[in-house]
Write a new protein. Structure first.
Lengths: 677, 345
């Protein structure tokens, strides 16, 4: 079993102010918080709550900006509190941040490329200029931008959405495993938020980068979040899958919160008669027991006795900390910490020594106080705070910890992928599936599911004992190309039994399949009964090639051209730009290229305009036909790049036809370059 | 339903006509508001929406005569209850603020004077218009009544702003905004910095006070969810132009202008997961807007005509205007095609 990416155990952070002479106030920003983020598949974990709920404290703790009062944060098996400088540097590579303000993080005097130059300098990504430029371009492409559109601009020339995506691209270049995104969309216009959320989904699905998504905006959490933690005054009020929690909140606070999210429907107005708490009530918290007691409409005497533990709800992993659900089973405490080094006696001794040192330090500070407030005030404030905090903490945690078994008592979870019951994504009558052909190993096969009833079926050869990696990617860059609902797929063995399913329950677009027998396996791709999965897709099956590679299959056409429908614009001279503009959905431009058998050319297609279609999302579409009229290359919706290479199979005149698809995507100015590779 | 009857007045309290505001820059003027015209009816709540930089706040500050240099009003007319605001002298204007027009600013946290008690700030507003008030007891009663209107406890009377929560400070601003019963109140993103629960409390307070005192309200915002809850009509701005103004039900159920459609489509939901609709913001240079329709560069339905002729506002229904050629009768066929595309994405 792989160790989790991030484990947070009993994390407590107390901010203390005042002290000695003044009235001592301490604010418990985070109280015995627990969380586990799995290594794979990558997920988006939302931390939501009102201001003061501790969500930003959590972000700052994970980023290492502040230190825990007690508890542990383990990243990939390493305790981040005890890191050496070297480890810390590696940690910063693995954990990147994207902040709320897309304006403040830029230096207005420098162009955008400066941001990337700094990253390169700091993290020494590449010494080779052209390699480095490719890295920047790749990073920008992932978030739906193109270098030539943004790199030479100043920050004020870009929209908030673009600026925020550049921050994502910057983070991506460092290839982190976790991005802490603190309110990344809250300062960006609603209409531009989608592009940022889309970038997050791409990084998750295509690059296996997990997110800790801090937000107070539940709608975006609902749209892209995998798990959600609803915080209330430093404690987890409720957690579970974002859809389960927001669809059916169980904790009274979460219910009020979700009920207060304005519904964008003027015919469904707020019930004005509902009594809302006054704001003073909202700030008060019970010192012992449930934090929400003073505001809770369901409060009971029991709630004052101790903080409620998380109780299990109906849906798996859905838990709420409320005694209303007392009869439910208490959720098991988190799995034991997986730390790389086994705890040795020496380590234990070191810890207890450190405790003793702290106690001594505390005593010293108290003495210092007595000696004189002046002396104390010249000390590092942090030291004082931490020491005072230690005393406070004893009181706080004593009442707050629910009785739990020691972690060692919990058995290690065992990996059980084999025993897993495979739920079909959908059941296919094989006759209903449209046969699209066969999948050639390690080569992408692209297509598009048009509607809820559309089924595509491919066959591929399986060999007993061989294991293949499966990857299913949502292809479009357009409206439906959001990565939300990867198309669903079911794999049938030669006997027609289901052996694998990319379904909703599978929260990953990847998987592994070991063939039990030789034979022709069938993969059927389609949408579920609610139409989810209707999209372009790419499927890759990677594995040891059991037989010599057959010829790669040709990409499907970007559009099918009636030969006389294409408007001939002239001849492309290899290596020279041809700038032009597709005027309408029916407009087709046709160029001819002389191809010599065996030579390879690099093809690059650049969107010229900056209009609706000039966003880089809909590059013009293009199809290249061989001298015999067969399609040899296509820039279509599924191609996730604006460049490609083509090796000419025969010598002759190839034809390149550019145009828009039936929905008008691709209507734009363009530049096409073909360079002899 | 009852609400609609209440707000169905046809008396115009604010008439903005062909308002144009520029910001001077060394590279030429940025056109922030470009010929905006609309009416506000008595007792109505009008939402003013659009992405940042679309000119919605500038329009509001223009109406209040608070545009700061390098911004300046090029031309236009702003009539409040028959008074032409642009013709007022400095002194008349000072009187007119708070009584004719008042503002509830964005981020109340920063708009209260931190060194003055809450009561003194409110008294200041009242006395600046009504002269020194001798009867202290009556003044106190009056302020308590205002507190009650906006749901504030009397004990904050003697407090300083820093002792109040964000929501309470925002209510103090509302109380000040309505203290002198102005004809028109403009709330600029009055709740956008608040948590959802507090936002709901404050937004409901705002509407309640509006109805009780009988003012007309302009709410500037970008939260389409919140606006759906509190406004009667919505005016949609894009790059300095008003592209559509319509009753709120029409805007959400049947948006007409392609930009309004985009805006409605991009509202995130907590009811269903739907594909993300990806758009880029305003992409043209605001010093040099495109010819014809301002939205044509981003419009999926634009054709040659849109580059040649600027679409005038077309009345499609009562109190519903849209500035798009598709709604011109002579292009009916084109509209049918465009809408067919939307119906079958």
């Amino acid at each position: 079993m792989p160790s989790p990416l991030l484990q947070i155990r009993d994390a407590t952070k107390i901010y203390a102010s005042g002290g000695f002479l003044g009235e001592k106030k301490s604010v418990v920003a985070l109280d015995n918080f627990n969380m586990t983020i799995d290594e794979s598949p990558a997920t988006i974990t939302t931390i939501a709550g009102e201001s003061g709920s501790g969500k930003t404290t959590l972000a700052n703790l994970v980023l290492g900006f502040i230190k825990l009062t007690s508890g542990k944060i383990i990243f990939d098996g390493e305790d981040i509190t005890d890191m050496t400088d070297e480890q810390l540097k590696a940690y910063r590579r693995n954990v990147q941040a994207v902040f709320q303000d897309p304006f403040g993080v830029y230096n207005p005097f420098y162009r955008i490329d400066h941001v990337f130059d700094l990253v390169n300098k700091h993290f020494s990504l590449s010494d080779n200029q052209s390699e480095y430029r490719d890295m920047v371009e790749a990073g920008l492409n992932v978030v739906g931008l193109y270098g030539e559109d943004v790199l030479r601009k100043y920050p004020h020339q870009l929209s908030g959405g673009q600026r925020q995506r550049i921050m994502m691209a910057r983070a991506y270049m460092i290839k982190p495993r976790l991005i802490v995104a603190d309110e990344p969309v809250s300062m960006v216009d609603a209409s531009l938020r989608a592009s940022i959320l889309d970038a997050m989904l791409r990084l998750r699905d295509e690059h296996n980068i997990s997110f800790l998504y801090i937000t107070h905006d539940l709608s975006t959490a609902y749209q892209i979040g995998d798990q959600i933690y609803m915080l209330y005054q430093g404690t987890t009020a409720e957690r579970g899958s974002a859809m389960d929690v927001i669809d059916a909140p169980q904790h009274p606070y979460v219910q009020l919160l979700i009920d207060s999210v304005p519904v964008p429907d003027p015919t469904d107005k707020w019930d004005v008669n509902i009594s809302l708490p006054s704001e003073e009530e909202m700030r008060t918290a019970a010192a012992i027991g449930c934090r929400y007691y003073p505001r809770c409409p369901h409060r009971m005497d029991k709630c004052l006795e101790a903080q409620p533990p998380l109780f299990k709800m109906e849906k798996p992993k859905h838990e709420a900390a409320c005694y209303l659900y007392e009869e439910n089973e208490i959720a098991p405490i988190e799995p034991p910490m997986l730390v790389n080094q086994p705890i040795t006696e020496a380590a234990i001794a070191a810890v207890s020594n450190r405790k003793r040192e702290r106690l001594v330090a505390a005593a010293l500070v108290i003495i210092a106080f007595i000696v004189g407030a002046l002396l104390a005030s010249t000390r590092e404030p942090e030291t004082i705070v931490e020491t005072v905090v230690e005393e406070v903490q004893v009181v706080v945690t004593a009442t707050a910890i629910p009785p739990t078994e020691p972690p060692t008592a919990t058995p290690l979870p065992t990996a059980t992928p084999e025993s897993q019951v495979i739920v079909p994504a959908f059941v296919v009558e094989p006759a209903g599936a449209v046969d699209k052909g066969s999948i050639t190993w390690s080569v992408d096969t692209v297509g598009e599911i048009e509607n809820a009833d559309d089924r595509h079926s491919y066959t591929f050869a399986g060999f007993e004992g061989a294991t293949v990696e499966l990857k299913l990617i949502t292809g479009g860059r357009g409206l439906s190309g959001t990565g939300f609902y990867a198309p669903l797929a079911t794999i049938y063995n030669p006997d027609g039994e289901i052996v694998f399913a990319f379904d909703r329950a599978r929260r990953s677009n990847r998987g592994e399949l070991t063939f039990a027998a030789d034979g022709a396996y069938q993969i059927v791709i389609g949408a579920d009964e609610r139409g989810r999965g209707v999209d372009a897709y790419t499927i890759t099956i990677d594995g040891d090639m059991p037989e010599p590679t057959p010829m790669p299959t040709l990409p499907p056409p970007a559009f099918v051209v009636e030969r006389d429908g294409a408007v001939a614009k002239g001849v492309i001279v290899l290596g020279e730009d041809t700038g032009d503009e597709i005027q309408s959905v029916d407009d087709r431009h046709s160029y001819s290229i002389e191809g010599v058998a065996g030579t390879t050319v690099d093809i690059k297609l650049i969107t010229g305009g900056r209009g609706l279609s000039g966003t880089g999302f809909f590059a013009p579409l293009a199809t290249i036909y061989a001298p015999d009229g067969s399609i040899v290359f296509a820039f279509d919706r599924s191609r996730r790049s604006n460049s490609g290479t083509l090796t000419f199979g025969v010598t002759g005149t190839y034809e390149l036809v550019l145009g828009a698809d039936e929905r008008g995507r691709g209507v734009d100015a363009y530049t096409i370059t073909i360079v002899d590779a | 339903m009852e609400k609609q009857k209440e707000n169905g007045s046809d008396r115009i309290v604010l008439k903005v006509d062909n308002l144009r505001i520029h910001y001077a820059t060394p590279q030429g003027d940025v056109i922030a508001v470009s010929g905006v015209s609309f009416n506000l009816y008595e007792g109505e709540t009008l939402g003013l929406v659009g992405e940042s930089g679309c000119g919605k706040s500038t329009t509001a500050y223009g109406i209040l005569q608070l545009v700061q240099p390098p911004g300046y009003i090029v031309h236009g007319s702003i009539e409040v209850d028959g008074t032409e605001v642009l013709n007022l002298t400095e002194e008349e204007l000072r009187k007119f603020r708070w009584t004719g027009l008042s503002l509830i600013p964005q981020g109340a946290m920063n708009s209260l004077n931190p060194t003055m008690r809450v009561k003194d700030q409110i008294i200041d507003v009242i006395e600046s218009h009504e002269g020194k008030q001798r009867d202290k007891e009556a003044m106190r009663e009056r302020i308590f009544e205002l507190f009650q209107n906006v749901g504030l406890p009397n004990r904050i009377y003697n407090m300083y702003p820093h002792e109040l929560s964000g929501g309470m400070k925002q209510r103090v601003c509302i109380a000040m905004g309505v203290a002198l019963h102005p004809t028109v109140v403009i709330a600029d993103e009055a709740t956008s910095a608040l948590d959802v629960v507090v936002q709901r409390i404050v937004a409901q307070t705002l509407i309640k006070v509006k109805d009780e005192i009988g003012v007309s309200l302009i709410v500037i915002g970008h939260d389409m969810g919140l606006l759906a809850q509190i406004v009667d009509r919505i005016a949609v701005m894009y790059a300095g132009k008003m592209v559509e103004i319509a009753p709120v039900e029409n805007v959400y159920a049947n948006p007409l202008h392609p930009y309004t459609q985009l805006l409605i489509d991009s509202i995130p939901s907590i009811k269903e997961r739907k594909p993300l609709k990806i758009t880029e913001g305003i992409t043209h240079d605001p010093r040099n807007p495109p010819s014809g329709c301002i939205f044509r560069l981003r419009c999926p339905f634009a054709w040659d005509h849109c580059a040649e002729v600027e679409p005038p506002p077309l009345q499609v229904e009562e109190k519903h205007e849209v500035a798009c050629h598709l709604f011109d009768e002579q292009f009916e066929e084109r509209r049918a095609d465009a809408f067919a595309t939307i119906a079958n994405p």
